[in-house]
Design a protein. Sequence first.
Length: 83
Amino acid sequence: MKTLVLMRHAKSNWSGDLSDFDRPLSERGVKSARALGKWLRENDLFPDFALVSAAKRTVETFDELKINCPFEKKKKLYLAPLE
């Protein structure tokens, strides 16, 4: 059976004069992403493949999960409509 895992990026940093797309994770976001990665590993939820928005905070969230799987960054996923 296949399992689909949908995730949102971790807490981002609102300080600075960056565009929304370029906002990095906050310290809290880094800690949360690492904790989620630990939980995924402890529960044997290893994805075969990941689609990741190209937004900085989303890529950083995926990196901090510390899971080893192929992934593709997609700019189209940033602010994507429901369709």
